[in-house]
Structure formats: C-alpha cells, structure tokens
Write a protein that binds this ligand. Structure first.
Ligand code: V47
Length: 366
C-alpha cells in the first residue's frame, strides 16, 4: 500500500490528509478527476478511523410520507404526483397516526423520518397537528421531519419567517431536520433537475435557522445526473462553510440518482465506482462533519458495507417502507432487519453501534 501511495499522483494530498489539513476546491476537483480509487479509499479510511474509530452506526427507524402530492414536479423525482394522478394520496391526521402507530409497534424503534410533497391543499396546522399528536402518542420516538424545501414552503404558505415556522414546528414536537432537498446547489443544474425548488441560499438559510434554534440536521447531495464534478465540489464546500459557522450538521448523505420513472430516465445514473469515490471524497472534503452515511436503500446493502472502508461510518437504518427511491426504480429491499445490519457491519470488521438520531449510543455489539 505504501509503495502504491508513494507513486500516486495524489501523494501531496495524501500528505495533507495525514497531517489533518483542510483540502481546497482545486484538490477536491483533482480527487474527482482521479481514477485511483484505492488511494481515495486509503485517505478516507484514515479520516474515518480518526473520527469514529472501529465503530459503525445504524438506527432502528421508520419512514412516514404523509403525501405524494407535490406542486413542484421536479424532473429528478418519481415520487411526487399531481392531485389528479391515480396514485396520488394524502393521509388525513388519523390515517397518518395509524400508519405511525403500526410503524412504531416494535420496541427498539427510536426514529420517525417524515417527509413528503408540497401539497397546496394542506394548511400549516396539518404539520403542527401531526407533530403534536405523534409526540403525545409516541413520546419516546425522535421526530426527524420535513426537509428545508418543505419548511420554506410552509413559510411561503403562512407568510411567516423561516425562524418562526421552525419555532412553531419545534413547539409542536419537531426534534431535528433530515437532509433532503439539497440536490445540487448550482443554479443552472437546479434549473434542469428541480426548477420549482428553493435555491441553495434558501436551503442553507433553513438549516442555519434550525441550528440557531438548537436543532440538529443532516445534509445531502444528489449526484450522478447532469451535474459536473465542479458542481459536486462546490456543493460540498458550501456545506462545509455553513458547518464552520453553526456546527449543527450531524451527517452527510450522498444520494445516488435513480432515473427510472423520472423525466430524466434517459440518463444512466451513477456507477459503483462513482458511488464509492463520492463517499470517500465527501469524507475528505467535509472535515468538519462527524458522520458520513452510506444510504443502503440507494446503493444497496453490499456497496453500503464496502463504503464502511471508504469513509462511511453509518449505514442509516432498518426503515421497513421506503417510497421515494423505490418510485424511481431502486432494487434494494424496502427495509432490512436489525440483525442483517449488525452482521454486515461485523463482517466488514467494525463494531456495530445502534444509535439514536443524535448519535447517542443505545447498544453496541462488541
Ligand atoms: O429529498 C428524490 C432524493 C431525498 C430521487 O437526513 C432521489 O438522515 C435518488 O433525503 N433518485 C430523500 N434520490 C432521501 C433523503 C435522506 C435519506 C436518508 C437519510 C436522510 C437523513 C435523508 O432523495 C430527496 C431527494 O433529494 N431523491 N428523487 C431519485 N430519483
């Protein structure tokens, strides 16, 4: 390995990573231009072990998607539909609670991940009532709910400021924000893949406001569509900059584009090589993020396991019913038993740790 590294065209970057120095935009671009997957993995694994040791995390969670009706109709998305679509659904409060009750029937579940479309028929009270009813009935469950896109939508709907919307959601029971809706921050790429979505400034403003309100959040990047590698690097650096300011992000999750049933279904989507290098480069550029998640729903359990050696320290959760990526042709199962995640982590040589949403350890399998 040492001989390989010495001959590497990235050996100057290896030295910087070993010294714990921050990488620049140009270095980020060089990493993406490189085909030296081993060197990328070597560097990312060093950082990962420095930050997280031999531990790999997972959460026992469930998804709840209250509506797929969405006015935005993003080209990247196969989940959102118009209200007239035969597949359109919107749970009323009681239906959402029934779904949540069933989803959280198992004792070990600690998190509900709640996201949905921007449905013009739903008033702001729908969201606050949903949170407060869930909190009342399932007080032990962490409510990780609503992307920055949905929160900005609620602000527009109610003509309230983003901090006010977050304050009211928090009062109703919101515990943290998921990282979705970030896509790629570059405005020209956004124009193609999600022209009705908030821009990067608004996305970052919502997360800044959430962090200022004392809530943790996650961040994502959708890759493998029409973006260039410069767009990926700039996206990651924008996240790094906000993290320098607030420290409120917990995990970064690279999201592998799934083209099926989307308006971009002529695109091939990312390859396994791209999945692995993106995890590794995220680990290297996001030096101020504690955690990098390999989202097995999108890259499959096998590649998520391998990602643990390429910078990832978390493989997300058990889930049980995933709709958004499966609408776009994901071939992974829609959920996985906890013991399967434990086995995958152990076989990869790491210590499985079941965590809660904010990374408190619940149990470890030493
Ligand atoms: O917001 C939509 C993306 C996100 C497609 O915060 C697509 O812990 C691929 O954000 N192909 C939802 N991706 C997933 C998400 C997430 C997942 C796991 C953990 C966390 C977390 C967040 O998926 C959406 C959008 O950015 N998406 N369509 C598609 N065709």
């Amino acid at each position: 390995m040492q001989a390989l590294i010495q001959q590497s065209s990235l050996s100057d970057i290896v030295s910087k990573v070993e010294a714990g120095e921050r990488l620049s935009r140009e270095e980020g671009i060089r990493l993406f231009e490189s085909e030296e997957l081993y060197t990328l993995g070597y560097m990312a694994d060093q950082v990962r072990r420095r930050k997280n040791g031999r531990v790999a995390y997972f959460v026992v969670n469930r998804h709840l998607n209250p509506t797929n009706v969405c006015y935005a109709r993003c080209k990247l998305c196969a989940y959102g539909v118009t209200k007239k679509d035969p597949d359109a659904y919107t749970y009323d409060l009681e239906e959402a609670l029934t779904k949540a009750r069933a989803a959280c029937a198992e004792d070990s579940i600690t998190e509900l991940h709640i996201v949905g479309g921007m449905n013009p028929a739903l008033p702001f009270e729908y969201y606050t009532d949903l949170l407060s009813s869930l909190k009342q009935e399932l007080p032990q469950i962490h409510l990780k709910a609503f992307t920055a896109v949905e929160i900005a939508w609620m602000a527009k709907l109610t003509r309230m400021s983003i901090p006010k919307v977050i304050e009211l959601l928090k009062e109703a029971g919101l515990d943290s924000l998921p990282g979705g809706g970030a896509e790629i921050f570059d405005p020209e790429v956004r124009e193609i893949i999600c022209d009705h979505k908030i821009d990067s400034t608004d996305w970052l403003d919502v997360h800044r406001a959430a962090h200022q309100a004392g809530l943790k959040s996650n961040a994502t990047m959708l890759y493998g569509h029409v973006e260039r590698i410069e767009h990926r690097v700039d996206h990651l650096l924008a996240l790094r900059e906000l993290q320098d300011e607030t420290g409120g992000f917990q995990a970064f999750i690279p999201l592998a584009f799934h083209p099926e049933n989307t308006a971009l279904d002529h695109l091939p989507g990312p390859t396994g090589f791209d999945d692995l290098r993106t995890v590794a480069i995220a680990r290297l550029l996001l030096d101020n993020f504690a955690h990098i998640k390999a989202y097995w729903i999108q890259i499959g359990l096998k590649l998520a396991q391998v990602s643990l050696h390429f910078g990832a320290d978390d493989i997300d959760g058990t889930i049980l019913e995933e709709k958004i990526t499966h609408a776009a042709g994901a071939t992974s199962s829609i959920g996985v038993p906890r013991n399967d995640l434990i086995g995958l982590i152990q076989q990869a040589g790491f210590i499985p740790v079941q965590r809660d949403t904010v990374y408190n350890e619940i149990r470890r399998w030493d």
